[in-house]
Ligand binder design. Structure first.
Ligand code: GUN
Length: 282
């Protein structure tokens, strides 16, 4: 058997097209501002891609680049200005931040109505209360891939591997809201392989290259690989050993071309969601 490939590039292209159609009908241009502090090369690439995709979808996106030595107070002042700017619907501060800046302080300073990352405690709380408005982009993208692949979730045993605030925890909340029976596993979980083997839906988000082996996967499972890791030989690989897993799973996301493209497409959707909600309330 060989697993069906869940084509994230295709699903993301459809979502971007539907966001572009929505922005064209709004009667105003939604605004997105990405804040990048420092010159981390990976972050620079991500930020450029976000900016480009947003503008292509009819969103007025710009990036504020600040030097690596910027103080926390200066970042907070930038955020306050963006909160007060009626043309700005979405604010995203690229993580990680330099060590002199507390990410927590910055995230909590963002107006929750403009928090297109869904990281503000108000939005985290709403998600866990089941009244989500702005949901973190990567787990939201995973839910859309599961829907696009026709994967049922009600009553299904789902395992989330990883407990980060950006992916693992919100992922578990979304799967729970979709009526899955959810387990969160992590680096301290006893017998990780056995936990994985019980899962009908497995979402891997640990950032360890090819940690999940083929014999960790239940025959017929649906596997979503959030990991993007650079292997010692330079190859880009997921958290799952893809070739092994594809011999066992019913369906699997590729790396690259699976979850990655969905994250940016969901950011665009969140920006339009934030714009519509704010401007209706104004
Ligand atoms: N760095 C890595 N992933 C993310 C993300 O989803 N949002 C932000 N703001 N920074 C990130």
């Amino acid at each position: 058997m060989s697993a069906r490939i869940i084509d994230g590039k295709q699903v993301a292209a459809e979502l971007r097209a539907s966001v572009a159609a929505r922005t064209a009908g709004l009667g105003y241009t939604p605004g997105l501002v990405v804040v990048l502090v420092g010159d981390d090369p990976a972050s620079s690439v991500y930020v450029r891609n976000k900016d480009r995709a947003a503008n292509a979808a009819g969103i007025a996106a710009r990036t504020i680049r600040l030097p690596a030595a910027t103080t926390e107070a200066a970042v907070l002042a930038v955020i306050a200005g963006l909160n007060a700017d009626a043309a700005v619907d979405g604010i995203l501060v690229q993580l990680p931040l330099p060590p002199q800046i507390r990410a927590r302080a910055v995230i909590e300073a963002i107006d929750p109505a403009k928090d297109v990352d869904g990281f503000h405690p108000i939005n985290v709380g709403r998600l866990h209360d089941g009244v989500a408005s702005l949901v973190p982009c990567t787990p939201l993208g995973v839910m859309k891939l599961l829907a696009a692949s026709g994967t049922p979730l009600r009553g299904v045993r789902a395992l989330v591997l990883g407990r980060s605030a950006i992916v693992g925890k919100p992922m578990a909340a979304l799967l729970t809201a979709a009526d899955a029976t959810v387990t969160i596993a992590h680096s301290r979980t006893a017998d990780l392989a056995a936990e994985c083997r019980r899962a009908e839906v497995l979402v891997a988000a640990v950032g360890r290259p090819e940690m999940v082996r083929g014999d960790w996967i239940a025959p017929g499972a649906v596997v979503i690989d959030v990991g993007i890791n650079r292997r010692a030989d330079g190859a880009l690989v997921g958290d799952v050993a893809g070739a092994e897993a594809a011999r066992v799973a019913a369906a699997i996301t590729p790396v690259p071309g699976g979850v990655g493209p969905m994250t940016i497409a969901c950011l665009l959707e969140n920006t339009v969601t934030a714009a519509a909600a704010r401007r209706a309330a104004a």
